[in-house]
Design a binder for this molecule. Structure first.
Ligand code: DLL
Length: 433
């Protein structure tokens, strides 16, 4: 039997979930209309008042909100409670444009940590576990979220933060860590480092909770095999609270969205039209239990599919697929849509490690796509002619997957810089022109 954290909520009937969502949506709309002039203006521009929103059937009447709104309203413009009621902020890394800052009351933190606790329990976590958290701490939500969730479960929590791989492995061995929480790219690097040191037998890990960036099924299998664990996906975003918006159960077929806290929609990113279950589109969230920073119809830019199909785990909350890329991260090369995950699938299917970099540039008014791929030590010792044959094989496979030509360069093991947080997979030099 799966070990549920809150079965009365996670396995509730559809009628019950809808009743919660109806009531909480109405309250949240009233809350933001009353307390956030920015929202009131947006609603007035659309000619609606809170009275127009009586249930989730009216959700489509509400305006969308985007990252640009969050930037425009930075830092306090979307705050829905007095600042004195807030106890924490978290923030996105903000590599482009202004950072996004999210505010939390103590109630908001509690609910967020509940969501993370559900994710840990869904991965088999109990109070007997040693939860090794090497997501970054600080402004990034990964560390604090999983840390708080682990406390709620009652597990021994190792607040390792990211970096210092030697120390990570030493603590893992000495303290017998059983659940690893980090980005999948760092998990792959840790797995590689543990195998190189021949320490697999000293590792007691049974599960990993990996998210914050896109990763493929091939990468999951690779990490699972190397570390002898079951690897679970976890999804979330700073704007909507952080990790734990959705998480995988033992079925590993999509992530259950915590529907008692968030209403999910999938829309056509071009028209804004709401799409039915099973259709691919942009994920939109409405938070219905937050006090300080509730967001209504927030466009995540993540592309995925929703499914209400019955899950063998017994949970009834809707499932989302892994994000299949972001509508804004998608690369358009020579007019063709290219998702880094497609390239990763080709590489991992052929036994290459998940260490690669995609470089897009412009030469003579034409796009150039280059993929640097690290070889395994075995491949590296191959004769030069074999390396060239491998490159040729990858060029053909990428052409078949993407429909366009990519230059492939096989490079020596360990030459592509490792990330301790989210991996930097794409370098788009065209932005510099
Ligand atoms: O990455 C929150 C998080 C921390 C999630 C730890 C899971 C684990 P942000 O830095 O605001 O928040 O980035 C949010 O990361 O819109 C997605 O594009 C991407 N992302 C998050 N989880 C996944 C995942 C955190 N499991 C953005 N698979 C989101 C693919 C993910 N992409």
């Amino acid at each position: 039997m799966p070990n549920y954290y809150q079965p009365e909520i996670e396995c509730a009937s559809r009628e019950q979930i809808t009743a919660w969502q109806n009531e909480r949506l109405v309250q949240t709309v009233q809350h933001v209309y009353k307390n956030v002039p920015y929202y009131r203006n947006l609603m007035e521009q659309k000619g609606i008042t809170p009275d127009d929103i009586q249930s989730i059937k009216d959700l489509h009447k509400l305006p969308f909100i985007t990252k640009q709104d969050l930037r425009d309203a930075y830092p306090y413009g979307l705050l829905a409670t007095p600042l004195e009621d807030c106890v924490r902020i978290q923030s996105t890394s903000g590599t482009t444009g202004r950072r996004v800052v999210a505010f939390y009351t103590q109630h908001d933190i509690d609910l967020w940590e509940d969501c993370c606790a559900r994710a840990i329990m869904a991965a088999g976590g109990t109070k007997e576990d040693v939860v090794h958290v090497c997501y970054g701490y600080g402004l990034f939500t990964g560390g604090p979220g999983l840390n708080g969730g682990s406390h709620k479960v009652g597990s021994l929590t190792l607040p390792m933060s990211s970096g210092n791989t030697e120390r990570q492995i030493q603590f893992m061995c000495d303290l017998g860590s059983t659940i690893l929480c980090c980005t999948p790219s760092y998990a792959a690097y840790l797995a590689e480092s543990i195998c190189e040191r021949g320490l697999q037998d000293q590792i007691k890990l049974k599960a990993g909770i990996f998210g914050a960036e896109a990763w493929t099924e091939e990468m999951r299998r690779d990490i699972e095999q190397k570390l002898h664990i079951k690897a679970y996906d976890i999804y979330g975003l700073t704007e909507i609270s952080g990790p734990g918006v959705s998480f995988e159960c033992e079925a590993q077929t999509g992530m259950h969205i915590n529907e008692d806290h968030f209403i999910a929609e999938v829309i056509d990113p071009n028209t804004g039209e709401v799409l039915p279950d099973g259709e691919k589109g942009e994920l939109v969230f409405t938070s219905i239990t937050k006090q300080a920073f509730p967001l209504i119809r927030y466009r995540t830019r993540d592309i995925c599919v929703l499914s209400h199909e019955k899950c063998p785990c017994g949970r009834t909350h809707v499932k989302m697929t892994k994000p299949m890329g972001r509508s804004d991260d998608m690369l358009i090369v020579k007019g063709v849509n290219v998702f880094p995950s497609q390239i990763e699938t080709v590489l991992l299917n052929r036994g290459y490690p998940a260490n690669y970099q995609i470089i897009v540039s412009r030469e003579n008014n034409s796009d150039k796509l280059e993929v640097l791929v690290e070889m395994t030590p075995e491949m590296f010792s191959d004769a030069l002619s074999e390396v060239s044959a491998r490159e040729k094989e990858l060029i053909d496979a990428l052409k078949a997957m993407l429909g366009i030509y990519a230059i492939v360069k096989l490079v020596a093991p360990k030459t592509i810089t490792r990330s301790e947080g989210k991996a930097v997979r794409v370098i788009d030099k065209r932005n510099l022109y």
